[in-house]
Ligand binder design. Structure first.
Ligand code: MOS
Length: 745
């Protein structure tokens, strides 16, 4: 029997045409009657108080409607309300305009509302602020005495603290035949999505708003607005069908949303607030982090002792953490571990999850350490990983629900041509360039949480699937349509996936690489429930062919129901609608992992990354000539969008290793390169031959679809692989990221 299937097919993203032809509307592009524009004024000092803020001159300018500051902030906002958002760290969420206290450089201190964006911006720059400044600290390296354990909170559910110490690290490390001891430093990074943060708030009458918001979670923004402004959930509608890049920056409602809603409610007008590029550097960042690793192994390469310490930056008001040190023992089954993570509160804005938060930081240190170990032992780096391979996550002593990492190493090495590598550093050359091969392991969570979905079938056979989930460019719309098509047994073109409206069935923020595994099963359940309804109705028809059949005996395909064993016994679904007076048939269903069962196994997605670099010794320039990432992420619903996710992650990895860093001047407390001219990201000339390989992985534990997530794994293995390749090429071990040419001269 031929089984039509769109799952597994490289379907081009369904909204692609709308995007490339400019028809897709983003949050800052919606039309609204008599729309007013807001522009935010940012603090030019890092810490202190606003003594006075003079808005009188500006308020008289033609076209300026109002200027909001802490002095005239409307009473509509619940400034002391504790509710934050789905990705809030423990602490007190920052609320702009709450008081006159300056907590970080760039803090929003006023909002100008005008009849045009240009007028608002012009006026904003004319506002005179008188500050009383205080001394501040922004450098974690000179404030290590302030390092402390982070507070725990709800966020710890998805970001568990480091596992407790195990065995006797110090003793076994001291006795180890081979030891490493390495320190790493990572700089600040900013997300820099192409689309700026924007909220267009439509004032629908008393206490009722429709908001076009740039966000990774429509319900997250809805809950935030409803709680902070004391509105009813049903009266706050948040819409975000297209998102021009998130990378984590939209996991929390950003302050333009707060500002726009505040102004709209106060003025009873439609209001849009858009950030500019410089302001995009004031909404959260990947925190600078220091790391220290000490691994001890025996003569055969078996790692028996692991120490991994991380110290990261946070703000003075929230305890932001990411998972940096939990990974080593999930991969390498040492019995003696000491894993620590502390934070240093600085006078900066709170850091915010950025693609593979913590994983891309921690795995850099871990995999560079493993590379050092391989050289000391004179064992091939791939071989060393295989010597320390385990199907058990030793940090929790749980078996992996699936783990085809071995195949990632083997197939990746084969396809990359790893065998051609001469292991001796500085031994490979091409012209006047030193050539280096490096590899590293990648790991990331395979999480799954709660979601709902609705399926509606109309008499014409067209189906609408509805979910509040956003598609931040990942391919979610396309993938969900594929899952629905296969479950219902109808073709893709009969299905519309409507999404990204807060009034639709619940979906969490899109992030953590958990969207497909979370929303996919909800879509599948809704479609399955729709099939059951159809089947029940089919059975009730006069002279039904299925009178004696059970649901498990039939299949749904080509828009018809047929008996599995006797496919010629078949009925068009249209028949059911005829008997049902053409009424639509609908169902809404949930999906979540069984809480009693889900924690019984360890769950992760894995990768092996291989890179070839060329280093110009005179100039120190590094080029990644080739990179390959082999990924084991369960069932791949759409190889095209999945590959695109991993490629994006790999480019991000190259960027993290060689380009990106936001430079904070500790005398000013200010980011000095808050623009895309000086914040370096790769351009086409930096990106050469990239390959993605998905290895077969079956996982029937994680969900019925067998899917994990591919949003973040692509960025994890590349930075250490590049560091290791640079060592192989040059014999120089650089521990800090990014590696700019000056480090190699
Ligand atoms: Mo991702 S950092 O969870 O958007």
């Amino acid at each position: 029997m031929k089984n039509i299937s769109s799952v597994g097919q490289p379907i081009s993203r369904l909204e692609g045409h709308l995007k490339v032809t400019g028809q897709a509307k983003y949050a800052g592009e919606y039309e609204a009657k008599d729309l007013l524009y807001g522009y935010i004024v940012n603090s030019s000092v890092t810490k202190g108080k606003i003594k006075s803020i003079d808005t009188s001159e500006v308020k008289n300018l033609e076209g300026v409607v109002e200027v909001f500051t802490h002095e005239n902030k409307p009473s509509t906002a619940w400034f002391d309300f504790k509710y934050a958002d789905m990705d809030a760290p423990p602490g007190n969420v920052f609320k702009p305009l709450k008081d006159n206290i300056i907590r970080y450089n760039g803090q929003p201190i006023a909002l100008v509302i005008a009849e045009s964006f240009e007028m608002a911006r012009f006026a904003a720059h004319k506002i005179k602020v008188n500050y009383e400044t205080e001394s501040f600290e922004t450098d974690i390296e000179s404030n290590l005495d302030k390092a402390r354990d982070p507070k725990k909170g709800l966020a710890s559910l998805l970001k568990p603290p480091p596992p407790k110490p195990k065995g006797d690290f110090q003793k076994i490390y001291d006795e180890s035949a081979v030891k490493t001891d390495s320190k790493f430093r990572h700089g600040t990074e900013h997300h820099n999505p192409m689309e700026m943060y924007a909220s267009t708030v439509i004032y629908e009458g008393k206490d009722k708003l429709t908001i076009y918001d740039k966000t990774q979670g429509t319900i997250n923004s809805q809950m935030y607005v409803a709680n902070v402004f004391g509105l009813k959930m049903k009266n706050v509608r948040v819409i975000s069908p297209f998102v021009g890049g998130g990378f984590g920056s939209g996991l929390r409602p950003q302050h333009q949303l707060f500002m726009a809603v505040m102004a709209s409610l106060a003025l009873k007008k439609n209001v849009r607030v858009t950030l500019d590029r410089a302001q995009m550097y004031m909404i959260g960042h990947r925190p600078p982090t220091l790391q220290h690793t000490k691994f001890g192994a025996d003569q055969n390469g078996k790692v028996n002792a692991i120490y991994h310490q991380a110290i990261g930056e946070t703000s003075q008001f929230e305890d932001y953490v990411e998972i940096v040190v939990n990974w080593a023992n999930m991969l390498y089954p040492a019995e003696n571990t000491l894993l620590e993570h502390q934070i240093v509160p600085m006078d900066v804005y709170s850091p915010l999850d950025m693609r593979a938060p913590g994983g891309s930081t921690g795995m850099h240190a871990i995999e560079v350490t493993m590379d050092e170990m391989a050289y000391q032992l004179n064992i091939d780096p791939v071989e060393l990983r295989l010597i320390n391979y385990s199907q058990i996550d030793k940090s929790s002593d749980k078996e992996y629900s699936s783990k085809e990492l071995r195949q990632c190493y083997l197939q990746g090495a084969e396809q990359f041509g790893w065998r051609q590598r001469n292991p001796v550093p500085r031994s490979m050359k091409r012209g006047n360039k030193l050539v280096g091969y490096g590899m590293a392991t990648g790991i990331w969570d395979a999480n799954r949480i709660f979601a709902r979905a609705q399926a509606v079938m109309k008499a014409d056979g067209n189906v609408e699937i509805r979910s509040a989930v956003t598609d931040i460019g990942t391919g979610t719309k396309t993938i969900m349509t594929q899952i629905a098509a296969d479950t219902l047994g109808i073709s893709l073109d009969k299905i519309t996936f409507s999404h990204a409206e807060s009034q639709m069935p619940f979906a969490p923020i899109q992030g953590g690489s958990f969207t497909t595994a979370t929303v996919g099963p909800a879509v599948q359940n809704a479609c399955q429930a729709l099939n059951k309804k159809l089947f029940k109705l089919a059975k009730k028809l006069e002279n039904s062919l299925f009178r004696n059949a059970k649901f498990k005996d039939v299949i749904f395909r080509d828009g018809s129901i047929s008996l599995k064993e006797r496919p010629e016994i078949k009925m068009d679904i249209a028949e059911i609608f005829k008997a049902n007076d053409g009424k639509a048939i609908e169902t809404t269903n949930s999906a979540m992992p069984n809480p009693l069962k889900f924690g019984k196994k360890a769950r992760a997605v894995h990768s092996a990354a291989f890179v070839e670099v060329e280093v110009d010794e005179e100039l120190g320039m590094v080029e990644v000539k080739r990179a390959l990432t082999a990924v084991a992420a369960g069932k791949i619903i759409n190889p095209k969008t999945a590959e695109s996710q991993v490629l994006g992650g790999m480019i991000w990895g190259i960027s993290k290793a060689l380009h990106e860093e936001t430079i904070l001047d500790h005398k000013l407390g200010k980011y000095m390169n808050a623009n895309l001219g000086e914040y370096h990201i790769p351009v086409h000339a930096d990106i050469h031959d990239l390959q993605v390989l998905f290895v077969e992985e079956h996982d029937d534990f994680i969900n019925d679809l067998g899917v994990k997530g591919v949003g973040e794994i692509g960025g994890v293995g590349i930075p250490p692989a590049i560091t290791n390749a640079i060592f192989h090429a040059t014999g120089k071990r650089i521990y800090d990221l990014p590696i700019h040419f000056d480090r190699l001269i």
